[in-house]
Design a protein around this ligand. Structure first.
Ligand code: PBG
Length: 324
């Protein structure tokens, strides 16, 4: 008889035959720095995650480094909201402060998008009637943001807007400014998901429901479309992305598997706010063990082909690993 249970007899043999292993150096910690708040604010259902002030962000990063986290992604939330000609100084200043304090102890990525900067919460610049997002004008502004963050010392810029041609524009802008070392991580297969709910509270970026454009369906990928996700990823790879991403994670494991098989680039996956919060909420009801559930989710991402995970739980990973 083919006895597959022979290899499941003890923790030691189970560990030896384990095919994928979670470790904190494969995780990227997202964090929010918000302009104009006096104290840091918790985010609903997002245990251990805050809207940080510039000072509390530095203190939190220090704690995270002690917890073994080395990679971070910054979301800057300025207080000034505009419809055009946005200013990226607030986020660039955070990059400068963080890098001058911690240098190469951390790898700092910066999310590049306009949704936290606009009055209407969309990821781009609208036409005069506010009926649609203007692609090419938005791309120019995104390239300006990416340049500001790279010049401030970001190790990596990560556009999450889903406009066409932004990877090429950003890569060219970085090149023209002698910033060829800066990594470019593309949110290549970013779906029009309902799992971004808690994030939009954190980043002040929910689309305005009173306008003509009520959601992000005209720029993010339809959750039903696998082939379209592949087209986006192939395009972004060609345009010069160093790392490609699938987002969200768990509902899109098939996409992550297929794309990482077909495109030989490092793959990241974003376990988004709603995914993280759903595990935390189940744990609060004593229906699930949070450490085990987070590790199971992360294991599924590695098994499906990810090399790295953006997750709000990165700073707790060591604790989780100790407890299982
Ligand atoms: C902004 C952006 C979003 C996320 C990352 N960058 C939200 C959105 O598209 O509305 C989601 C992250 C999360 O839910 O954790 N474009």
């Amino acid at each position: 008889m083919n006895r597959l249970r022979r290899l499941r007899q003890s923790p030691i043999i189970r560990k030896l035959v384990e095919e994928t292993t979670v470790s904190v150096d494969k995780l990227i910690q997202p964090f929010f720095v918000v302009d104009g708040i006096k104290a840091r604010e918790p985010i609903p259902a997002m245990t251990g995650v805050y809207r940080e002030t510039p000072d509390t962000a530095l203190a939190q990063i220090e704690k995270d480094l002690e917890a073994g986290v080395r990679s971070f992604i910054l979301f800057g939330v300025p207080s000034e909201k505009k419809t055009d000609e946005m200013n990226f100084d607030f986020t660039a200043e955070q990059v400068r402060r963080i890098k001058s304090r911690f240098g190469s102890d951390l790898f700092l990525s910066v999310d590049v998008c306009l949704c936290s900067h606009t009055t209407h919460g969309h990821c781009g610049i609208l036409d005069s009637q506010a009926h649609h997002v203007q692609n090419d004008q938005t791309v120019k502004t995104l390239a300006r943001a990416a340049l500001a963050y790279a010049q401030a010392g970001a190790d990596c810029v990560a556009p999450s807007d889903m406009m066409d041609g932004r990877i090429k524009a950003i890569r060219e802008t970085l090149h023209e400014n002698d910033l060829d070392e800066t990594l470019l991580m593309s949110y290549a297969a970013k779906f029009h998901s309902k799992f971004y709910g808690p994030f939009r509270v954190a980043a002040d970026s929910a689309p305005d429901k009173t306008g003509k454009l009520k959601d992000r369906a005209t720029y993010q990928i339809n959750p039903a479309n696998r082939k379209e996700a592949l087209l986006c990823a192939l395009r972004d790879e060609k345009e010069g992305a160093d790392i490609l991403m699938v987002k969200p994670g768990m509902p899109y494991l098939d996409v992550l598997y297929e794309l990482s098989q077909k495109i030989n680039k490092p793959w990241a996956v974003y376990e988004v706010s709603g995914e993280y919060a759903s595990i935390e909420l189940l744990a609060r009801e004593n229906l699930i063990s949070a450490p085990h559930a987070h590790l199971e989710a992360w294991t599924s991402f590695f098994r499906a082909g990810a090399q790295m995970i953006l997750t709000y739980g990165a700073r707790s990973a060591r604790e989780y690993l100790k407890n299982v």
